[in-house]
Design a protein around this ligand. Structure first.
Ligand code: ADP
Length: 187
């Protein structure tokens, strides 16, 4: 599940994962859980998150590798917010090879940037996220454009890109995702 910060990845990922009875693995959520618990990983990750930067690939890759090794991910899994860099794409390919799975789809949610800013401001109030201040939001959008947008072409070339309009009501977007995913053959 891809898309700029505030596109609604996490919200939609939960519905999609529920439908396919697989875990939704959110790197952002795992980082935040580690920050709250004060783990070594959390202390390290927080520095980058609060600045709006990506956590280094090595740390993120190791965390995802460990997570998809868990028994609940054996039937399959949905990744929310990973991969976000070309290096993570390569690493994920390597990880998946050993699970016997293949990537079925890369869903990208498209939204306009004005909508994103208002969503993030709202979310900051609701959840008290320390990385949702205006400057940091802008930085996260830049980082997404620089480091993650190029991944869209990679998955388009592989023929697994599913672009979905992320604007509108949550349920509308979910319906669009389900419609779009139905055309993806099972592997
Ligand atoms: P958003 O997509 O709104 O930025 P996330 O909850 O997905 O929010 O991620 C929050 C932060 O966690 C990111 O800004 C980044 O610092 C870190 N993060 C999450 N996923 C990754 C990843 N795949 N690679 C590097 N950093 C990540």
């Amino acid at each position: 599940m891809m898309g700029p910060p505030g596109a609604g990845k996490g919200t939609q990922a939960k519905f999609v994962a529920e439908h396919f009875k697989i875990p939704a693995i959110s790197t952002g959520d795992i980082f935040r859980a580690n920050v709250s618990a004060g783990t070594e990983l959390g202390v390290e990750a927080k520095r980058y998150m609060d600045a709006g930067d990506y956590v280094p690939d090595e740390i993120t890759n190791r965390m995802v590798r460990n997570r998809i090794d868990e028994p609940d991910a054996e039937p399959g899994f949905l990744l929310d917010g990973y991969p976000r860099t070309l290096a993570q794409v390569e690493e994920l390919d390597g990880m998946i090879k050993f699970t016997g799975h293949a990537l079925d789809a890369a869903v990208v949610l498209t939204v306009d940037s004005d909508e994103i800013v208002s969503r993030l401001v709202q979310r900051a109030e609701l959840e008290g996220r320390t990385d949702d201040t205006e400057d940091v939001v802008r930085r996260r959008q830049e980082v997404y454009a620089e480091q993650t947008e190029p991944l869209i072409d990679v998955y388009r070339q592989r023929g697994i890109l599913v672009e979905v309009d992320g604007m509108g009501e949550v349920e509308e977007v979910t319906d669009r995702i389900f419609d779009a995913l139905d055309v993806i053959p099972e592997s």
